[in-house]
Design a protein around this ligand. Sequence first.
Ligand SMILES: *Cc1c(COP(=O)(O)O)cnc(C)c1O
Length: 356
Amino acid sequence: MARFPLRSDLQVMQGYHSVQVDVPIRLNTNEAPFSPPAQWLDEVAQAVHSIEWNRYPDRAATELREGIAQLHGVNANQVFVANGSNEVLQSILLAYSGAGRTVATFAPTYQMHAQIAKVVGANVVEGSRNADFTLNAQEIERVVAESNPAVSFLCSPNNPTGIVEPRANIETLIKVAPGVVVIDEAYAQFSPWSALELINEESPVVVTRTFSKTWSMAAARLGYLVGPSWLVADLEAVVLPYHLDAFKQRAGVLALKYVGDMESRVLDIIAGRNAIESCFAGLQVDTWPSGANFVLFRPQATTGITGKALWQGLLDKGILVRDCSSWEGLANCLRVTIGTSQENEAFISAMKEIMK
Ligand SMILES: *Cc1c(COP(=O)(O)O)cnc(C)c1O
């Protein structure tokens, strides 16, 4: 039988995938290096027995949304939950962008914003950052004035640079953008400030969060946004019925009982980040200040070591980091996720050996 061709506008696109190779130390996808609390695991195992498996789940995910709302001091009708924050992003883009509308991002940044926008048929405009990956307010104003975006993204701390977006830039975007403003805060707990304080009922501004990083629950695929209640209600128009299964809702509700554990894991990771940053200070690498659980770095040109060679050198020692060297604007750049202290030490000594 003849194959049927993929939609032609999708054929040129490359998916956003990190290589999955089997190595002892995986520091490439910004996951948490720690398991969630053992007691949470026990409670989740118990919950399996109390779920009415023959029934559809609570379509509104009431209890989970109430728990998340309480965590952030907002109302449950200001919380939208989905299968990972990527599904949150996709829902926003389905609802407010699509064919004939424009989506604005500021590269280099999280590639899924542009990728999902293209999949839903929107036109993507990428503003640019300075050589040090900071962003000028004038660039935000220029991109918005020229492209009139229906949806605009900023990621803070930004993946893959780690840079925390200054509040003034986010306020500028909110002031000038004609459409929805999305602040992707997948790494917010590692950073000194959050745009959550800018959320209100009057502005089309949302903050997206995930259980994949700080909550040690990447396998669960759970994410959410906080935004105005009318926007949360709008998203019902695009989301599939019963998209969030009963088990995941339960797992999320139970996770919220362990917010203290999560916060102490965050402190551990910040300590690991400090250790890696001070190691970098003694090596011939360029690096950027990170407010996240990863650090972007690049061998200095004078070393003659390319990013690709450094990536391979680390892999040969059983350490996998993210190779960003082929991404636009990120020549020779690699990104290391903060791991356990043993993993960080292994990374540090491998770096010292390769870079000496
Ligand atoms: C990891 C990451 C996400 C991920 O989300 P899921 O909740 O696992 O879908 C979203 N945004 C950014 C910037 C990320 O780095």
